[in-house]
Design a protein around this ligand. Structure first.
Ligand code: HSE
Length: 306
């Protein structure tokens, strides 16, 4: 095997109470990449469609993540990468992570899988660092592993895949404006009060317990964010209106997807997800900003060969 085509899914990071540590993998929304094994060492980005991104390996997140893996593998081969973007940069659903995860997943497959999927997260984070200035794994982990993931620790990296109930659906409204992750991080206060920390870690524990025990009400009660959302929501037109519409129409919880501007809601079942999706559309419409909206089950597979 010298060439593969892969699907690299979009992801929702943070999930309100889990800033920089929680994420989930979406179905149906994602990029495609073609990875080719060649004799010439190193990585060459040969084609990018759907986005205006750097072709130079060291300036491209897929290139940087792929190089991190190649250096560790001490490979005698090199790789060509084609990137076909469907996830818009700065959308809040893990665009850079999809490229980074796709590169390391694809190269690892063509090298005969020298690394486990969990190990791939470490290399993919190098690409994420280039994109946002910070090595966070809450998008790359679910993109590589699928499902819900928790980054228990960063030093050393300790990623845990979390079980989730079958009937959980995500609705994601993506406004067509760009919010750079670095800008969205710049508005955050690096200090948090003990009171807010207690609320946040109580909710994170509740979310994990709710996912394992399939307790939808507990999942809903736990989808709160008293630290990051208050500081960021002004970056997203009609955020409160969309969130309230989702909650009033039966969503378990709703919030900012990753660094924004996408807004997500989690729902118990497809029928409720459809109603919630319509209510979110209605609540966003008067902004005049174009948007698209996706309904997705949790994707348990993550990045895969197609
Ligand atoms: N946890 C990150 C943030 C995700 O919210 O800044 C963005 O990619």
């Amino acid at each position: 095997m010298t060439e593969i085509k892969i699907f690299c899914p979009a992801t929702i990071a943070n999930l309100n109470c889990g800033f920089d540590v929680m994420g989930l993998c979406l179905d149906g929304i994602g990029d495609e990449m073609v990875i080719r094994k060649v004799e010439t060492k190193g990585i060459t980005i040969t084609r990018i469609t759907g986005a205006d991104l750097p072709m130079e390996t060291e300036r491209n997140v897929a290139g940087v993540a792929g190089l991190a893996l190649l250096n560790a593998a001490q490979s005698d081969y090199g790789f060509e990468i084609e990137i076909h973007k469907r996830i818009k940069a700065g959308s809040g659903i893990g665009s850079s992570s999809a490229s980074a995860a796709g590169a390391v997943f694809g190269i690892n497959e063509l090298l005969g899988r020298p690394f486990t999927k969990h190990e791939l997260v470490h290399f993919a984070m190098k690409g994420e660092a280039l994109a946002s200035g910070c090595e966070h794994a809450d998008n790359v982990a679910p993109c590589v592993l699928g499902g819900f993931t928790l980054v228990r620790g960063y030093n050393p990296l300790d990623v845990i895949k979390i079980q989730s109930p079958e009937e959980l659906y995500a609705v994601v409204l993506h406004p067509h404006i760009e919010v750079k992750t670095s800008d969205s991080r710049a508005v955050l206060n690096p200090e948090v009060s003990l009171k807010n920390a207690i609320t946040q870690w109580g909710n994170l524990g509740g979310l994990i317990a709710g996912l394992y025990t399939k307790d939808y009400e507990l999942i809903g009660r736990s989808l709160q964010d008293v630290i990051v959302e208050p500081a960021r929501k002004h970056l997203i037109p009609n955020f409160d209106e969309v969130k309230n519409a989702a909650l009033q129409n039966g969503a378990l919880g709703a919030g900012i997807s990753g660094a924004g501007p996408s807004i997500f809601a989690l729902c118990n079942g497809e029928a409720i997800a459809n109603i919630v999706s319509q209510s979110m559309k209605n609540a966003y419409a008067d902004t005049g900003i174009p948007f698209d909206i996706h309904i997705s089950k949790v994707n348990d597979t993550g990045t895969k060969i197609i």
